[in-house]
Design a protein around this ligand. Structure first.
Ligand code: PLP
Length: 408
């Protein structure tokens, strides 16, 4: 069987829209174009009903009630409201925020902004497997701590934080817990109450919904949580996020969540099987490959692998027409910066440079995985055999004593 190329294995960056989701959205671009806030005619009611239904679908997936669903433009905005809006609303309680070194930039940059404005921020380190230490989290709590923000699943490595334990710690100390659940939705069962989460961020385009729509879950009782708005205006969404509702996006987000819930068990099983097949297929043939992140406490769809002796970019360059993946480095104009996530896990820069993230999705097939295994093994072996580092290692030179420079 032939495989359609390039094979898309970058689902942690974005997912294709599910055609079933598109079908649900289409009428709301044309016939059903009303403003969900219009209360005086059927156009508005129709849009309003669609929004209500989406709130129910989303709430149903995460164990919330519909009014706890606040629509935003994406998880970046949800993260911004969760940090800035919460710290501002609860400023009389204190000025300390706790987060982690491997969080998404939407969290880390918001935290940096708050710190510049006089707040105290603790950034918890992670161990080599990418996990925070719950004891260290608890020890960092002070009388001034208002909020803990730690993600469910890491976008680069797939590592899963012990969120139930984090929730218990937050509860014990009367602190709010925000969880960026963007990568976990549809792959990890989420129950916001059981997991002690007061706020969570979600994004449409990571779960086969449209881009430009996101959700912030904000708990409405025990305790009722509030956030100052980041965007001011007509008082939509319990006053926390103004602006005419993106009805098509909301309908898509609702449909996407419903499918995630309905197909959860098969999807998780299928993705884990394919991911393990990919890892095994590559690692059985290559001794120089390692898994980045905790082997079991990890998303079923993600394999972040380090390929010793070669640069991830070089390998990706050879594969780019055939396989769409992302590497452990972010290309900036001046330099190749190793991934801050892998660096926070204590990985030496040269290994971060040699990392590739494979993230699988709803339409990934066994044939695609077998094709990818073959291409990766072939191209890696070629590059490795050309690598002076591999030559040196074969001669028994200790590579940790070599000085590294990286040029673009
Ligand atoms: C993709 C992602 C975001 C940003 O989501 P957008 O909807 O694209 O703004 C935030 N956090 C995590 C963990 C993500 O993977």
């Amino acid at each position: 069987m032939t495989v359609k190329k390039p094979v898309y294995l970058d689902h942690n960056a974005t997912t294709p829209l599910d055609p079933r989701v598109l079908e649900m959205m289409l009428p709301y671009f044309t016939d059903k174009f009303g403003n969900a806030a219009s209360r005086s005619h059927s156009f508005g009611w129709e849009a309003g009903d669609a929004v209500d239904k989406a709130r129910e679908q989303i709430a149903g997936l995460i164990g919330a009630v519909p009014k706890e669903i606040i629509f935003t433009s994406g998880a970046t905005e949800s993260d911004n409201i969760a940090l800035k809006g919460i710290m501002e609303y609860y400023h009389s309680r204190g000025n300390h925020l706790i987060t982690g070194a491997t969080e998404h930039k939407a969290i880390l940059d918001s935290a940096k902004y708050l710190e510049k404005n006089g707040l105290r921020v603790t950034i918890l380190p992670v161990n080599p497997e990418g996990l925070i230490d719950p004891d260290q989290l608890e020890a960092s709590i002070t009388d001034d701590t208002v909020l803990i923000s730690l993600m469910l699943a890491n976008n680069e490595t797939g590592v899963l934080h012990p969120v139930e334990e984090i929730g218990r710690i937050a509860e014990k100390h009367g602190i709010l817990f925000h969880c960026d659940a963007t990568q976990g939705v549809g792959k990890v069962r989420i129950d916001v109450r059981k997991m002690g989460m007061h706020l969570i961020s979600m994004s449409g385009h990571k779960i086969y919904g449209p881009k430009g729509i996101g959700v912030l879950y904000v708990r409405s009782r025990d305790p009722k949580v509030n956030a100052r708005p980041v965007i001011h205006g007509g008082g939509h969404e319990r006053g926390m996020r103004s602006g005419t509702l993106n009805v098509t996006g909301i309908v898509g987000m609702g449909a996407a969540c419903e499918i995630c819930g309905r197909e959860f068990d098969e999807e998780v099983l299928r993705l884990r099987g394919l991911r393990d097949r990919l890892q095994k297929g590559i690692m059985d043939q290559l001794d120089e490959v390692r898994i980045n992140g905790h082997v079991t406490e990890r998303l079923v769809s993600t394999a972040n692998l380090s390929f010793e002796y070669v640069e991830g970019e070089s390998l990706m360059l050879r594969l780019k027409d055939d396989i769409a993946v992302s590497s452990g480095s972010a290309c900036t104009s001046a330099s190749l910066e190793p991934s801050y996530v892998l660096q926070a896990m204590g990985q030496p820069p040269e290994l971060s440079h040699s990392s590739i993230r494979f993230s699988l999705g709803r339409w990934t097939t066994e044939e695609e995985i077998d094709y990818v295994i073959g291409r990766v093994v072939t191209e890696y072996t070629r590059l490795r055999d050309e690598s002076p580092l591999y030559e040196m290692a074969k001669k028994g030179i200790d590579l940790t004593t070599v000085e590294w420079t990286h040029e673009h």
